[in-house]
Design a binder for this molecule. Structure first.
Ligand SMILES: CC(C)(COP(=O)(O)OP(=O)(O)OC[C@H]1O[C@@H](n2cnc3c(N)ncnc32)[C@H](O)[C@@H]1OP(=O)(O)O)[C@@H](O)C(=O)NCCC(=O)NCCS
Length: 176
């Protein structure tokens, strides 16, 4: 069972107890504003997503971590690695991503979790390059990318939604 502890967070695999708090996060239109076509997800869709994320861990050996606050045990959201199948032009690639409940923004949790996930990518999974994909204008997400040391690689168009996307990348052989 893969788990990572950071000063304030536990990054871990998903359990049945994560469904309700993750569904609450996915049901918030402000959280979902810059994701896909901006639609929120209901409980059933969140259950399917968690199942996909867990299957991803089994298939790829990496995945999206459930991010838990060590202090309170609350689920803050997710951060971690996935294969961006929705954007074939960047494949083969591994993407780092993040999504936290609104009450957990502005406290450095996303960056703390993402930093640990990049270390995991390089040290545990021997990945040399990780990308991150955001809708152009998602400044909170691009801010996390910049703080991680990721650099803009190129912009492109999401084939499903027609939205402009920015692709950032980092060479993990240079990552400390
Ligand atoms: C993207 C997202 C995860 C970013 O979360 P966030 O809380 O803004 O990101 P961070 O963890 O980097 O924290 C940001 C701020 O916390 C503040 N902060 C407070 N305490 C802190 C601490 N102890 N350490 C570091 N930063 C701290 C900092 O001021 C920092 O802002 P700055 O970088 O301008 O200085 C969040 O906005 C989100 O979930 N959005 C919706 C989902 C989404 O769009 N996901 C990405 C799709 S591409």
């Amino acid at each position: 069972m893969t788990e990572i502890r950071t000063p304030r967070l536990l990054l871990r695999r998903w359990t049945e107890y994560d469904l309700a708090p993750m569904a609450e996060i996915n049901a918030d239109p402000v959280v979902m504003e810059w994701i896909g076509d901006g639609s929120v997800l209901d409980l059933e869709q969140t259950a399917e997503a968690i199942e996909r994320w867990e299957d991803g861990w089994d298939d790829e050996g990496f995945g999206l971590f459930a991010v838990e606050l060590l202090g309170s045990g609350e689920l803050a959201g997710f951060a971690g690695l996935s294969v961006p199948w929705f954007l074939p032009e960047v494949l083969p690639a591994v993407e780092i991503g993040w999504r936290l409940g609104r009450q957990f923004w502005g406290q450095g949790y996303a960056s703390e979790a993402a930093h640990a996930a990049l270390e995991f990518a390089h040290e545990d999974r021997a990945l040399d390059r990780v990308i991150s994909i955001a809708r152009v204008g998602n400044e909170a997400s691009e801010n996390v990318m910049r703080k991680l040391g990721m650099e803009l690689d190129h912009e492109t168009t999401d084939p499903a939604t027609g939205h402009r996307l920015s692709i950032h990348a980092i060479d993990l052989t240079q990552y400390v």
